[in-house]
Design a protein around this ligand. Structure first.
Ligand code: ZN
Length: 163
């Protein structure tokens, strides 16, 4: 039982730990193993970061991670939870940071009478970013963003075609 507990603690401490991004040299490229070694992390942890959006060069093997990218990524991870979106930002799960939507373009989807979702594309990684808002703040966002509301979404308009 004790062994299991300490095993669990270990898992916790590795998932929660803050890796020291200052150990990474900006002008170097790292394979997953090398980066893991420098930070005292597991190779799988590095693979997970890549899944989470850490950029990596996949043209050849081993895949290489730029030192600058790794630093930026780990720094962002560290402060990720404290970062709040400004009114003109949406939160990117991939970058783990607030981001501006590409072209300042967002789409509004009503989810209910009072709630909806803004969807755009992260200006950095181009993945989809969402923000859930109350419909009462829609006008405010319309002033901030280039906002569109999709039309004709499975909306059967009887009056349109009486035949
Ligand atoms: Zn992003």
């Amino acid at each position: 039982m004790n062994g299991l507990l300490s095993e669990l603690k270990k898992v916790e401490s590795t998932t929660m730990s803050n890796y020291n991004h200052n150990l990474i040299k900006i002008h170097r490229n790292y394979s997953f193993e090398e980066l893991a070694c420098v930070l005292g992390a597991h190779k799988n942890t590095v693979a997970n970061w890549v899944k989470d959006g850490l950029p990596c060069l996949k043209e050849q093997r081993p895949f290489l991670i730029l030192g600058t990218d790794a630093r930026v990524f780990l720094k962002a991870q560290r402060v990720g939870k404290k970062q709040k979106c400004k009114p003109d930002e949406l939160f990117c799960m991939r970058c783990k940071a607030p981001t501006k939507p590409a072209e300042n373009f967002v789409e509004y989807t009503a989810l209910s009478a009072t709630k909806g979702r803004l969807t755009g594309f992260c200006v950095r990684c181009e993945c989809v970013v969402n923000k859930f808002i109350g419909s009462e703040s829609l006008e405010r966002y319309a002033a901030t963003f280039d906002l569109t509301k999709p039309t004709g979404l499975r909306h059967i308009n009887d009056s349109n075609n009486p035949l």
